[in-house]
Design a protein around this ligand. Structure first.
Ligand code: PMV
Length: 339
């Protein structure tokens, strides 16, 4: 067999954010989080065994070594997986992103999850998720391994709406599918406000969050917000979910903006957009709500039935704006391909 094991994994957008770690070494989050797995913003990674001194790693057709800063995290994750599985065999790995490079979209969730699945499939000669599960690597265990590379990556192992529970001890944490994609067909229209690289990595932000005076009050209020979000998802109630999404995103940004070493991810264009969206909503022009990850881009969450109206409004307000259109997705794929 000389083909590749190919994993295709979509990114996810957090509705309730993972922000702050209780323990860095254990990748133990400070709070439970909830996300929507996407459909189009995805990473495709294929892997096969390779005879060489080190892994052969290509991104978008170009070879990178472990000395490249940009892929340092990928190599470290490969080393960690090898250590955990007692593997020494090297791999040839090819990865590409299905979203525009340079659009400032974080790719660590889809990237690290795709890398984890393809790596394990190649080492274990498992071309399907059933075969991986038969060898002890269920979706839940794959989620656990993926989150060691990037916390949010664990949630991309399932489709639909996904919870990552922190647990009372680090080994109790668990990623599980709260509701399938078919439960509610939500859309995510991404307004690309700036393509700049993140100026503060999320790992540094997770450490820095603790120094904000807003962080502990935030943690105290999150269980209630989680309950309310889950109830809104169950009822498919956008008017309840929407304001929760916005409060959550603004709170996450407020935490980092008030940290010991304050930082802002938002660009002027991001703030301008937030104000205009809220005004348009109040004027009854659109029924859509924002959320924002650790970057300047705005994710506009809305029901499928609102998409056309939102696009028209965006076109009239921001005629040249770069937009990415996505929706809730049904989860990762794994297959064996001959090339
Ligand atoms: O997975 P990390 O370490 O890149 O952290 C992700 C943090 C946020 O995207 C801002 C929130 C989240 O829950 O995805």
């Amino acid at each position: 067999m000389n083909g590749f094991y190919r994993a295709t994994v979509a990114s996810n957008i957090a509705f309730l954010k993972y922000w702050g770690k209780r323990d860095k070494a254990l990748q133990w989050p400070a709070n439970d989080s909830l996300s929507m797995t996407l459909d189009q913003l995805k990473t495709e990674t294929r892997a096969r065994l390779y005879q060489g001194d080190d892994h052969l790693f290509r991104f978008e057709g170009r070879v990178y070594t472990r000395q490249t800063r940009q892929f340092d995290k990928a190599f470290r994750h490969l080393d960690e997986l090898a250590r955990l599985l007692g593997e020494e065999r090297r791999l040839e790995i090819d990865t590409l992103n299905h979203f525009p490079i340079g659009a400032g979209m974080a790719s660590s969730a889809s990237g690290l999850a795709a890398l984890t699945i393809a790596t394990l499939a190649a080492w274990l000669d498992a071309p399907t998720f059933d075969r991986l599960a038969a060898q002890g690597f269920s979706a839940e265990r794959l989620a656990h391994l993926s989150r060691l590379g990037s916390g949010s990556a664990g949630r991309s192992l399932f489709g639909g709406y996904v919870v990552w529970e922190a647990g009372v001890t680090a080994d109790q944490q668990r990623v599980w599918p709260f509701a399938p994609a078919t439960a509610w067909n939500l859309r995510d229209t991404v307004v690309v406000c700036s393509a700049d690289e993140k100026s503060l990595s999320s790992s540094d932000a997770h450490q820095e969050a603790w120094s904000s005076p807003l962080f502990k009050p935030r943690l105290a209020g999150l269980p209630e917000r989680m309950k309310a979000m889950q109830a809104a998802l169950e009822r498919r109630d956008m008017e309840s979910l929407g304001p929760l999404l916005e409060t959550e995103a603004l709170e996450m940004h407020a935490v980092i903006m008030t940290a010991g070493q304050p930082h802002q991810y938002l660009a002027e264009a991001s703030l301008d957009f937030l104000v205009r969206l809220r005004n348009a909503r109040q004027a009854g022009k659109v029924q859509a709500y924002f959320t924002i990850d650790a970057g300047p881009n705005i994710h506009v969450i809305h029901e499928a039935s609102e998409h056309e109206k939102l696009c028209q409004w965006l076109k009239s307000e921001y005629p040249t704006q770069l937009l990415l259109h996505d929706k809730v997705g049904s989860g990762p794929q794994l297959e064996y391909v001959s090339h």
